[in-house]
Design a protein around this ligand. Structure first.
Ligand code: AMP
Ligand code: MG
Length: 267
């Protein structure tokens, strides 16, 4: 899975990375789904251990273009996990109260505490993506944010947070097909927004902004993973594998009880 991690100080061009890459696990969808099931069960146990130990904090950032699959990842990768153990924070257009503060204010409040997993559905990266592409702030303002963000994430990491960032990479054709599917299915009309078409019109500018983000903010303490996401099952599998690997790497232990169970009688 390391093939999808962006090493620090790498110049990234999404155009050079296939969103349909499937070099590992090309045995296919059926086996891939079985493996995902095993991974989600492992994730359930690891989340319980994380909570019981109460030491580590885990932040998972999801960024993607519209229809990229952020909701699907949350639904499928976390399907077995105790809902008490994982919280999702979704970042929308900032409210007037949020806009009255610096752009990291609303984000910092949502970061995980000890024993928690937090998923960011969009994140502070919108402040160097949509803001950059749609000219919502002058260049001198968003330009310095890459540095702020790296230092903010360093703070989180220094204080015990494991930060994993996933960029879901899909092609323009795949987005087109997914938007059309939303239009074709009455049950999915609610998921369609004409705003998605307005953003799609800026596809190339977004690719440039993603390239800059990935090139400038993949750090040793908060790496980006570019996940080939044209195939949904493969996307879920890769993310689950990376997440399980990261949690296993924490070397967690259940805490020793401060009593001797053999000496206690339950009447
Ligand atoms: P969705 O995730 O599809 O519900 O859409 C949320 C929308 O909020 C997206 O179009 C984002 O680009 C937008 N958004 C999120 N954060 C910001 C931000 N900091 N500034 C402007 N727009 C944002
Ligand atoms: Mg949307």
């Amino acid at each position: 899975m390391e093939r999808y991690r962006i090493p620090p100080d790498t110049t990234v061009r999404l155009a050079d990375r296939s969103p349909s890459d499937r070099l590992t696990h090309d045995e296919g969808k059926k086996v891939g789904r079985q493996y995902l099931t095993e991974l989600t069960l492992r994730l359930r146990d690891l989340q319980e251990l994380l909570y019981a130990e109460g030491k580590h904090k885990v932040l998972m950032v999801l960024q993607a273009t519209d229809t990229g699959g952020k909701d699907g990842v949350i639904r499928h990768v976390f399907r077995t996990v105790n809902p008490q153990g994982v919280k999702v924070a979704s970042f929308k257009v900032p409210s007037s109260r949020e806009r009255a503060h610096d752009y990291l204010w609303r984000v910092h409040k949502e970061t995980p505490g000890s024993g928690e997993i937090r998923i960011f559905n969009r994140s502070h990266y919108e402040d160097v993506l949509v803001v950059r592409v749609r000219d919502l702030a002058p260049q001198e303002v968003w330009e310095r944010r890459y540095h702020h963000i790296n230092e903010f994430e360093r703070l989180l990491a220094d204080e015990g947070t494991t930060v994993l960032k996933f960029f879901l990479h899909i092609s323009k054709e795949e987005q087109g097909a997914r938007l059309q599917a939303r239009l074709d299915d009455p049950d999915r009309h609610w998921k369609f927004s004409s705003a998605d078409l307005a953003e799609r019109a800026h596809w190339d500018a977004y690719q440039e902004a993603y390239d800059a983000m990935l090139s400038r903010t993949s750090t040793p303490w908060a790496p980006w993973y570019v996940i080939p996401s044209n195939s949904k099952w493969y996307r879920n599998l890769v993310i689950a594998r990376i997440l399980v690997g990261a949690l296993e790497g924490l070397g967690m232990q259940y805490p020793e009880p401060d009593f001797d169970p053999a000496t206690i009688r339950v009447d």
